[in-house]
Design a protein around this ligand. Sequence first.
Ligand code: SAM
Length: 250
Amino acid sequence: YGKLYVVATPIGNLADFSFRAVDILKQVDLIAAEDTRHVKMLLQHYGINKPLQSLHQHNEEHASQGLVDKIRDGQSVALVSDAGTPMISDPGFPLVKLARQQGVDVCPIPGACALIAALSVGGLPTSRFSFEGFLPRTGSARRSFFESKLPDVSTWAFYESSHRIQAALEDMLTVFPANHQIVVAREITKLHETIVGDELGKVLEKVRSDENMRKGEFVVLVAGLEPGDQDDELSDEQRRILGILLTKCS
Ligand code: SAM
């Protein structure tokens, strides 16, 4: 058998690419990429010229078995996404699952990931955290989602696009108190990188008043609830949920 390499690519700054990632991409027989045109630019930058096969959310169920067959025939394949680590809000799941089920070695080539980069600079506790990927797109689904996250005691994170960052924070403010701590990490490793950590109400004000704060790519970190510290600030809804949780725990 060959091997399947899951290779992280930069999330902005092209220098955030490991020597090992470049070596592996030079060695493999085939690169499976989310968007072959996009990855060509990265490969050109590093002088890598390899056959490419597209593997995106619309064909990955179907195309994955073909790739696993090639690996079982002895070829080595690298999986890359448009930016960052494959599988993290990106394609790869059917391929990695099939490969592992069918006895193929799957090797990580770790590197950039917007979630981990944001957590590493956000200044919120990270001993435990949860990741929610992209939020529901409609306001009502988003608000229900925020309600479900209200009692969380550890830091949590989501990805957001420029089209929805303001609406997402506005919906959040209908559920969370205005003084809840959040961090918006924008354009990480790029020219306009901005990391803003403050109370939800204040961050939303910045996003509303500065159109640059609505441009680019975003990771949002949300502090977990600290019952001891925030007791005086709890809304009626938070008290109701905490009451239910405490009754269940006792
Ligand atoms: N697999 C990628 C990773 O490892 O981070 C994530 C891919 S997901 C399709 C794209 C989303 O990740 C963006 O909408 C944004 O929320 C986040 N993201 C990616 N690059 C980013 C960056 N440089 N700064 C902030 N957020 C970023």
